[in-house]
Design a protein around this ligand. Structure first.
Ligand SMILES: [Zn+2]
Length: 140
């Protein structure tokens, strides 16, 4: 089981469980996903990415903090490609991995994956910020 943070086209955020990432894609294609608040069927999967190597991201001229940029699909794809090429995917082990890197200053690895909101809060209390990146699909 995997828990995703989902976001609808009206920016409502909510969480949902899926048996795996393929299940999400399947349901999304069949338009079986809908926002629990407004029933919008335009649902995006958000994925947590740590800010471990924020400097690297800026080299691409794409700032994660620029909300205007984030609304552009091409930029989101750029970010996705960048993350896939430069970050190691650790799935739901994200909070564990990020913590390891945070306390071992020698390591300069960057990870992406999923984290629960509880894990995210725990990390925030320790001073580790995770970033939620809207995960756009490459086709459509
Ligand atoms: Zn909604």
């Amino acid at each position: 089981m995997i828990k995703y943070n989902l976001k609808c086209s009206n920016n409502h955020e909510f969480e949902s469980w899926f048996s795996n990432s393929e299940e999400f894609d399947k349901l999304d294609k069949k338009k079986l996903l809908e926002c629990i608040y407004c029933s919008s069927k335009k649902i995006k999967k958000s994925i947590m990415a740590p800010m471990v190597s924020g400097s690297k991201i800026k080299e691409d001229g794409v700032s994660f903090t620029n909300k205007k940029l984030l609304s552009q699909k091409n930029d989101l794809l750029k970010i996705r490609n960048h993350i896939e090429n430069n970050f190691e995917f650790v799935g739901d082990k994200l909070s564990k991995k990020v913590r390891e890197v945070y306390y071992d200053k020698q390591t300069k690895k960057s990870f992406y994956g999923t984290a629960t909101s509880e894990e995210r809060e725990e990390l925030a209390e320790e001073g580790i910020d995770l970033l939620t990146v809207p995960w756009v699909s490459k086709d459509n």
